[in-house]
Design a protein around this ligand. Structure first.
Ligand code: AMP
Ligand code: ZN
Length: 113
């Protein structure tokens, strides 16, 4: 989709530090990390948010979660990590291409702000 930062990362118009990529998804380091490890995991296909997922996306979303587990292992997060999805304005979503934050490398606090 035009004017979507993450679609431009998928097409390599915008450079990113890729940690994993296959035909359907991509994972790259967040440009403003909130933890020692902060990776963004996205489908290559533009979907706006969790609020825009349907039955047809079930396999893709399962693939994303399994990949997050594998990426966490590869990045040495065996002591634990957090997966975050911000949805919509009040959810704090700033990039309108569905994405999952994978955060780790320090003790994470709960609840978030
Ligand atoms: P959210 O606030 O949940 O929509 O998260 C968007 C995330 O994308 C933020 O953590 C940003 O730091 C990150 N971000 C924005 N632009 C880029 C970029 N060009 N490369 C990597 N991460 C980015
Ligand atoms: Zn997009």
């Amino acid at each position: 989709m035009a004017d979507c930062i993450f679609c431009k990362i998928v097409s390599k118009e915008i450079p990113s530090k890729v940690v994993y990529e296959d035909d359907d998804i991509m994972a790259f380091h967040d440009i403003e990390p909130q933890a020692p490890t902060h990776v963004i995991v996205i489908p290559k296909k533009h979907i706006q948010s969790i609020d825009h997922i349907y039955e047809e996306h079930k396999e893709l979303l399962g693939h994303i979660l399994l990949s997050i587990k594998n990426i966490a292992k590869e990045l040495g997060l065996e002591d634990g990590y957090r997966v975050v999805n911000n949805c919509g304005e009040l959810g704090g979503q700033t990039v309108n291409h569905i994405h999952f934050h994978l955060l780790g490398g320090r003790q994470l606090q709960w609840p978030p702000g």
